[in-house]
Design a protein around this ligand. Sequence first.
Ligand SMILES: O=c1ccn([C@H]2C[C@H](O)[C@@H](COP(=O)(O)OP(=O)(O)OP(=O)(O)O)O2)c(=O)[nH]1
Ligand SMILES: [Mg+2]
Length: 152
Amino acid sequence: MKTPIELKILDSRIGSEYPLPEYATVGSAGMDLRAMIDTNIIIEPGETQLIPTGVAIHVADPGLAAVILPRSGLGHKHGIVLGNLVGLIDSDYQGPLMVSCWNRGNTPFSLDIGERLAQLVFVPVVQAQFKLVDEFNTSDRGDGGFGHSGTQ
Ligand SMILES: O=c1ccn([C@H]2C[C@H](O)[C@@H](COP(=O)(O)OP(=O)(O)OP(=O)(O)O)O2)c(=O)[nH]1
Ligand SMILES: [Mg+2]
């Protein structure tokens, strides 16, 4: 049973020339987002461009969020990842879904109109409320961190 999420089409090419974001297979975790740009563009090595996806979503439920993640093929083969590493879409955000597209590679990348450049994953969220304490109940780890347990 899929969770209904409100979506607004901001670019009329979505839903006509290009499909709405969709799961490619029954087991897909992410829906690919498309570059709804006016012309094909080149993203130079080291450059970051904010790319519209042509849609807005309203997650609405504070117990959910969406994250924008890179596509592994683009990231691994072409160095096309996200300028913010991961995009977090708040449940109360209603603006256009944008992808910060970073060419961390060494060669110019041609981004074509309608190209699938990142993916959208819905995730559960727990909102915490801090409870102030003077001391924690001691755990096995204590304050050890940042590699203190070694690598083997
Ligand atoms: O890759 C992204 C990341 C964020 N957003 C939108 C949705 C998100 O809810 C909003 C704010 O993102 P975030 O909280 O990560 O950015 P901020 O720099 O803290 O901005 P703000 O002060 O608006 O919260 O921007 C995107 O469209 N794409
Ligand atoms: Mg914020």
